[in-house]
Design a protein around this ligand. Structure first.
Ligand code: AMP
Length: 110
């Protein structure tokens, strides 16, 4: 298995889990860009959002909102991001949603 996130799902690589259900996993980013930086991933492998059914992406958004509330960042706000492809800056080819919060964020991102 070459996919890093599939290996995290399989438990072959450790992660700092914050949420798990039968279809999704969320864990803290190893290189956080904000005080709260969590990745939400489907357990089914999709290379990117281009391959994933919209329902999957919708459920990821719902999980991100729930985690934001659990992390206490829902009040001041947060950012969710899905980097896609080369120009989108996607480095791991397994669909993932970034949840970022706990600080003010500039737009556009640097
Ligand atoms: P992207 O650049 O959108 O593909 O995001 C990939 C993210 O995965 C980056 O923010 C990395 O810091 C993060 N990452 C890479 N390896 C790990 C890991 N083993 N555990 C947690 N996060 C990771």
């Amino acid at each position: 298995m070459n996919c890093l996130f599939c290996r995290i799902i399989a438990g072959e690589i450790p992660s700092n889990k914050v949420y798990e259900d039968e279809s999704f996993l969320a864990f803290r980013d190893i290189d956080p860009q904000a005080p709260t930086h969590i990745l939400i991933i489907p357990k089914t492998h999709y290379d990117s959002v281009l391959e994933a059914p919209g329902e999957v992406v919708g459920r990821m958004s719902g999980i991100a909102a729930k985690i934001a509330a659990d992390e206490g960042i829902d009040n001041k706000g947060f950012r969710i991001v899905i980097n896609t492809g080369e120009d989108g800056g996607q480095s791991v080819k397994h669909l993932h949603m970034h949840l970022l919060g706990g600080r003010s964020m500039e737009w556009p991102p640097g």
